[in-house]
Design a binder for this molecule. Structure first.
Ligand code: HEM
Length: 124
């Protein structure tokens, strides 16, 4: 069974990402980086995570290869942005009430991916 199935499929990923974007919407550091309409951005993130965890490949059918570092190159992502992103994601994961093992697999990936996305050094 894939993690996608284990967590309950698409509705769970939708809940995760919707909750994450509630955090982003109220974040003074992150909000300006995102488009005015967060709906399509939430959809891209949901489809990407579903695909990553073994669900349908709708993300790549619509967007092509993820190449996430490249897609994040236009945004300045330093430690502060990474930590803010992870804080909202942590809250969102917690709200899902998943089995501890599943939650930690999901979280370990998100944390690693967020560190990988950093593309800017802090000011000296
Ligand atoms: C897109 C910020 C980390 C997955 C975006 C966008 C922003 C952003 C501003 C554009 C929104 C849109 O129009 O789609 C950040 C910041 C991060 C971060 C500040 C901090 C580390 C991550 C991580 C993942 C991820 C760790 C995956 C686990 C995505 C995806 C898209 C996206 C799938 C849409 C790509 C596309 O198809 O165009 N991100 N991101 N991001 N991000 Fe992130």
């Amino acid at each position: 069974m894939t993690l996608f199935e284990a967590v309950g499929g698409e509705p769970t990923f939708r809940r995760l990402v919707d909750e994450f974007y509630v955090g982003v919407a109220g974040d003074p550091l992150l909000r300006p980086m995102y488009p005015e309409d967060l709906g399509p951005a939430a959809d891209r993130m949901t489809l990407f995570l579903m695909q990553y965890w073994g669900g349908p490949n709708t993300y790549s059918a619509q967007r092509g290869h993820p190449r996430l570092r490249m897609r994040h190159a236009p945004f300045r992502i330093g430690a502060a942005e990474r930590d803010a992103w992870l804080r909202h994601m942590r809250n969102a994961v917690n709200k899902l009430d998943l089995e501890p093992q599943v939650a930690s697999a999901l979280w370990d990936y998100l944390e690693r991916a967020a560190y990988f996305m950093v593309n800017a050094m802090e000011d000296p």
